[in-house]
Design a protein around this ligand. Sequence first.
Ligand code: MG
Length: 371
Amino acid sequence: MKIVDVEAIPVRLPEVDISIADGIQDDLILRIHTDGGIVGVGETDSCSPVVKAIIEAPSSWMHCQGIKQLIVGEDPFDIGKIWEKMYQGTLWIGRGGPVLHAMSAVDMALWDIVGKALGKPVFKLLGGAYRDKIRVYASTLFTEDPGEMRQNALSYVRQGFTAVKFGWGPMGDDPKKDIELVKTARKAVGEDVSLLVDAGCCWDAITAIRRAKEFEKFGIYWLEEPLPADDLFGYAKLCESVDLRIATGEQETTASAFRDLIAKGKVSVIQPDVSRAGGITACKKIASLAHDSNVLCVPHAWKTDILLSATLHLVATLPRIPFVEFCVSKSPLRKELVLEPLQVDNGFVRIPQKPGLGIELNEAAIKRYSY
Ligand code: MG
């Protein structure tokens, strides 16, 4: 089998509000076509026009090549070899950022092709599943209005979620407000629901230590991204000072960044995003690293059911994981891009069982939102 074409399709809502942290207002869908007629689907959580340019760019020289030119003609079964070819072929412009995001979408689509060609779900190709369903946490944003937050929280609990994460928004504006936000969230979800807090990279280490000590009183499951992503020493200081799980990693790419987060940052939860960190291939390595270090690996997944499906195949193969992220954004892009959206049943989502990633694109929706 040979790759014959790579299609990068940017989609977005007619009106995008760039002032809010909801990344599901736009998206980049990737399709890889093969000579056998099998089509693989991928997605990346990135800047869509930039990723499209990286895919379609004509090659400049050995280490500055366009992704499409690099992989057309390759056998999609050679996933590891293709990954390294893309990495080496973009060495001067890549090693991280949008090039790794583009590679992640390609890697996801290749696993989809191989699964479809073999008639097996991707988790079977990754070593087999420990589970056929997984607990999910409702992932949403803090709002300025406590009433709205309470209502949102109640609706997630009523839908069956047993874990809820609030993030970003007004967190970090004011010390009293920070504590009030978490107190309101805990009160709204009740004592039996796992509560996760995503600070959105808003503090320095000293402030984060103070807030974490306050948040410990509300029994939160983890505190996510309290510091800027590059502040490894700050993370180490924080993790050694508080009795609370500290989670981070959604902005990182490749296994080496996660090795540093574990060894130098001393964090207790890493959150690689399958659509950013290097695809399923890189995230499998990253998850092994976490397992060997006795650190939790709970992937970030704030996009459509394409990324969520890829994530579910990966996490099905991890021996230990408490839950996985389930984005509850009301953006139409969240649910409309696939024909059969993943359903939450009693706080769990089933691992897709159809060949490949197990999803089918909604062509009408892609046409509607592409630009
Ligand atoms: Mg986050």
